[in-house]
Design a protein around this ligand. Sequence first.
Ligand code: ADP
Ligand code: MG
Length: 726
Amino acid sequence: MRSQRTQNRIPFSEPQHLHVEGSARQASNFGKHVLNRSKLENYLNQNACKALDRCIRKNISISNELADQIASAMKAWAISLGATHYTHWFQPLSGATAEKQDSFFDLDFKGNLIEKFEGVQLVQQQPDVSFAPSGGARNTFEGRGYTLWDPTSPPFIYDDALCIPTLFVSFTGESLDYKTPLLKSLKVLDEAATEVCKYFDKNVAKVQATLGWEQEFFLIDASIALTRPDLILTGRTLLGHAPAKGKHLGKHYFGAIPNRVLTFLKDLEQACFHLGIPIKTRHNELAPSQFELTPVFEEANLSIDHNSLLMDLMSKLATKHHFMVIFHEKPFANINGSGKHNNWSLATNTGLNLLSPSKTPMGNLQFLTFFINTIAAVLKHEALVSAATISASNDLRLGSNEAPPSFISIFIGKELTKVLEELENVSKGKLSPQEKTDLKLNVIGKIPEILLDNTDQTRTSPIAFTGNKFEYRAVGANTHCAKPITVLNSAVAEQLLDFKETVDVLVNEKNMKKDDAIFNVLRDMIKHIKNILNEGDEKSTKKTEKKASKHNQRSVPDLLSAYTSDSSIALFEKLEIFTQKELLERYAIDLNDYVQTLQIESRALGDIARNHIIPTSIKYQNIIIENIRGLKEIYGDQFKTFGQEQLTILEEISAHITEINKSVNAMIGAREKSADWEDVYKKALVYSKEIMPFLEQIRTHCDALELTIDDEIWPLAKYRELLFIR
Ligand code: ADP
Ligand code: MG
């Protein structure tokens, strides 16, 4: 029998249409709601198309006249598909997507209805999002943030609105979103990588970062989830005892997807298909009710837009299917959390994956150049790379239940470790012809073309080289991909610029041959990068443990401060991606986000403990007291023989109530103390060091009570009810 707390829930829809209608997945429907370059040609004359291409290629602004022509083309296409509204679609630092829709509908001077969308509306808007987080870049009353069209990401129709991907910047030019710095980082990375590619192939004119994310999430029956105030308010459970069955027996992982979930996924995939989001893989994940969706990789900016759009779509469609979708990185204690592995690589306009081993020795020297430089870049900015994935929620996931730790190490596999060891022994200066031949034939010539099987079995390194790409696994399910990818792009761009400069000095001033110079520079780098490699062997494990103990002493607010370290400021200012002011603002936003997250959690748990758990416990105590009274009546002096256990339970419940009440009071006291701090860093420290431990303590006592109190009167849905979809 269902207990009272879940009885009244709305019955979920039966899985009716398990097959997607024939036409839905036809190839011609892929991207039906996206205005890509070739479709634009049907609405825009050839000269205008060419002019647009030139502006994108050369990164120059678009004339008013051209903007009018493009706007008119977009409007015609959108209306032909039934769109009635348009909106600038952008990604403020709240992590969610934002929009403000306007109708195409307007009136002319005679009061007649017209459809209007012109260049000015396409290029720039001033949405009223004065409360979007800005870390002080502008005053809220000013509301002066502008959205600016990003012509590199195609417009799409979502529901009945034409969505135009845009940047979001302040009146004074500071970036207020994730996209602006991402695009800047992609540009500098392109320039730096293209120059290095020219050592190997003069025809390379452009290098793009590529990205394929693996989005994990939980799906919970909405009517059960909605009985949990903690899930509604914080996206995670603040209490709840582990279920008798967790991921044991492994039947869920890669098992058959439950029918109800499959119906939802098919609906979702159909919407993705129309929006050109190339979802390829769906499967169950490790924890019960946990799943993963993975697309085919794309150019990074587009892939990131697609991830944001997918998360938004999922939340909307989940409601339709009576599910709550959870992207929180650790919604359930002691059960695997959700990540979003970011698979990253570099591709040239000539069709080459620069992180893919090649058939030829020269091709492999190019591969090693990019491979080693990427590792060196991560090593140089280790703390920043880690900070890009840290948040209040991901902090709960990292380092536990098979999730990677939050400090950075890289796994590269046996084969490549061996190659690096041999390269390290290359002699200094010019190489003898014999040595060079030997190297080319026996070392780099022997790198197998396919290293894909050579991956980290434990899957817990924060970053792993997985055959033809780096997989950045520390990234959390709820993290905006642009955050870690901007850091990675920037660090690698800086490293490639340094590399090129060093090689050029050897070639131009020391008269070395190009490949000698490259070998020499790589050899020196290998000595250095070993510090960040972790192959799970005894030596690197020891090193890692040492690093872990140092790292784990640092609080989230301290780890986040890597954004404002000297090396981060120098990196971003040199590459003109962030000014120091912008970095300080972003750090302030991250700290604020941390404080607010913990503040809401602390308030929510205090309320649940006081308003749900304590009253229920007292109710149960009264039942026991009634029972004891009856036993006394019947057994008199002999009562203790039969009623001792009841007395013990009564006392245990009282002890838990006392502890909960004391901790809630102390936690409120700590919150009041934190309110005295003007400085958000100091406030964040109070939350991290004083308030977090209370959350743990209160939870422990509540969870113990869950195991003691009568199931019939326990007020919150239990893990076993939340986690097993029927
Ligand atoms: P898993 O890590 O689960 O074994 P896969 O190796 O199949 O998964 O791929 C994970 C993701 O990596 C997919 O999104 C895939 O498209 C992406 N990927 C593959 N090659 C590249 C690449 N060159 N650049 C970026 N992402 C890539
Ligand atoms: Mg993976």
